[in-house]
Design a protein around this ligand. Structure first.
Ligand code: HEC
Length: 487
């Protein structure tokens, strides 16, 4: 009961603003908990402190087989806190161990965090926010295709606020890619699989001719999602950055035309954190969201009485991507997309934003259809256990973070997915998959949440990030092939 009371305090703190927030059931059974000693140990100083620097979780010492789902979730949460730790005037994921990845022709290229991209000036917190992309020849479309528009800017704001995406990898990934493409790993353990061990890391360091300060993170790739800070109810609840992004004119409500670019302050609404750990070349696919994004569909968890309890759908209050009191639906209707030429629409050019029904472009009504990466509304034992693990680990972190008034208290790990023994999956329904088997991020796979689409159901990250060739684990990354090596 003691822990239930403590969790209740955290929930109240989170909800204590104008915005609605995804709250954690206060009576969750504590099945996966980061205790005070472990939490303190995550901080570089050895003691938790407001906006303190967290160390990366070690992928190298990850227990390869004797692990539990909770080990993966602890790894994910520590990585999130590390990535959003302050570094200089920015954050670790925009700092010296990371690089931005930007579209380049049919592929991608690296842009160091300190360098200007596309002629834009380098800013102190420089990271190029990738504007919603048109389709590209490598088949690398934005997951879900649709353009995500915030509710607030659309009704009464100066202009509509779109969601922008960033791609990033760490230095180990960049060096691995560069040496791998140069053929330097032929006949080694990492010829066609990402490094997973200390020995693999040493091989990358040898070919790169340097060691990596955060090398224990192994190979990491990230996708981040951002909205204009004016579109959220309370920007002080967010990780923020400055960036210059593509803007659109809404003069024609049915066809929004590109109208140049504008600088602004952007609020972090989602992060995909993906990296290898010991024994897992398929990488662990975990995702995080801001609590104000969108309400959860109903789900079940185990409470402190050991009883299965229901968390009801609640869309009251102000959400970034959902109208207040939006009805519960089983799919998210796409209301905006980048025009690709078909079906023909008079007056629309490729790259404009249109609505598939050719009517007015408008925000969708977003719901997290598969809370905690489980099938929605499911009382299956595995789903209930997975929800319980994730709620309890989140509560054990959000509670002390909120008490310290640390902005990271407003982000939750939605879930993670990996394979039992490090198998390279062929798809999203392989028997080897473990963790959150219906994982999606409401800001990234918005229109591809299970069972949203009748034609194509990715089920989880591996539905798109997989390899038909089990001996080539590099295919799980959609950027690896098209990304130019470091100069
Ligand atoms: C509907 C297909 C689809 C699903 C489902 C999907 N992705 Fe992706 N993802 C893509 C595509 C395509 C890209 C290529 C880059 C881009 O255009 O954003 C990508 C890029 C990424 C990247 C950048 C590095 C890379 O591998 O290309 C990360 C990290 C990522 N996704 C994580 C995830 C996670 C985590 C999930 C599950 C929660 C997920 N993705 C689900 C299609 C998908």
């Amino acid at each position: 009961m003691k822990s239930a009371i403590a969790l209740g305090i955290a929930t109240a703190l989170l909800a204590g603003t104008a915005s609605a927030a995804t709250t954690l059931p206060p009576d969750v059974k504590p099945t996966c908990v980061v205790d005070k000693t472990q939490f303190d140990g995550w901080f570089a100083s050895g003691k938790a402190a407001p906006n303190g620097v967290v160390k990366p979780a070690s992928g190298v010492t990850f227990p390869p087989l004797q692990n539990t789902a909770c080990d993966f979730y602890k790894w994910g949460s520590q990585m999130f806190l590390w990535l959003t730790s302050p570094q200089n005037s920015s954050y670790v994921f925009q700092g010296s161990s990371f690089l931005n990845v930007v579209p380049d022709g049919d592929g991608f290229r690296y842009v160091p965090n300190t360098q200007a991209a596309n002629g834009q000036p380098a800013a102190p917190n420089f990271a190029r926010v990738r504007a919603v992309k048109t389709t590209n020849a490598a088949g690398a479309e934005q997951a879900g295709g649709g353009v995500l528009i915030a509710q607030k800017g659309f009704t009464g704001g100066p202009f509509p606020y779109l969601t922008y995406y960033g791609l990033h990898t760490n230095d180990v990934f960049a060096s691995y890619l560069t040496s791998q493409k140069a053929g330097l790993f032929a006949n080694t353990s990492i010829a066609t699989n990402f490094p997973t061990t200390a020995a693999d890391l040493a091989l990358v360091e040898k070919t790169a001719g340097k060691s990596f300060p955060d090398g224990v993170a192994l190979t990491m790739e990230l996708k981040t999602s951002w909205v204009d800070a004016r579109a959220v109810a309370d920007p002080s609840r967010y990780v923020l950055m400055n960036a210059t992004v593509q803007t659109y004119s809404t003069a024609n409500p049915n066809i929004w035309k590109p109208s140049g670019s504008a600088p602004g302050t952007f609020a972090l609404v989602g992060v995909h954190i993906v990296a290898t750990v010991n024994g897992h070349p398929e990488m662990v696919w975990s995702t995080f969201e801001h609590v104000d994004n969108a309400p959860d569909a109903p789900y079940y968890y185990t409470n402190t009485q050991n009883v299965t309890a229901k968390a009801a759908y609640d869309s009251s209050g102000v959400w970034t991507f959902t109208p207040t009191n939006a009805p519960l639906t089983k799919s998210i209707a796409e209301t905006a997309r980048i025009y690709d030429g078909s079906p023909e629409q008079a007056g629309a050019n490729k790259g404009d934003i249109v609505n598939s029904d050719q009517g007015a472009v408008k925000p969708a009504s977003v719901i997290r259809l598969t809370p905690w990466g489980n099938q929605g509304d499911s009382q299956a034992t595995a789903d209930v256990a997975n929800a319980t693990d994730l709620i309890s680990i989140n509560a054990s972190l959000v509670n002390p973070l909120a008490a310290m008034k640390d902005v990271r208290a407003n982000y939750l790990q939605i879930g993670g997915v990996w394979t039992q023994k490090g198998q390279i999956p062929k798809g999203g329904t392989d028997d080897s998959l473990r963790g959150s088997l219906k994982l999606a991020n409401a800001t990234m796979e918005t229109f591809f949440q299970y069972p949203d689409s009748a034609e194509f159901q990715p089920h989880n990250c591996f539905g798109c990030h997989n390899s038909k060739d089990a001996s080539n684990g590099l295919n799980v990354s959609h950027i690896f092939k098209g990304l130019k090596p470091l100069p």
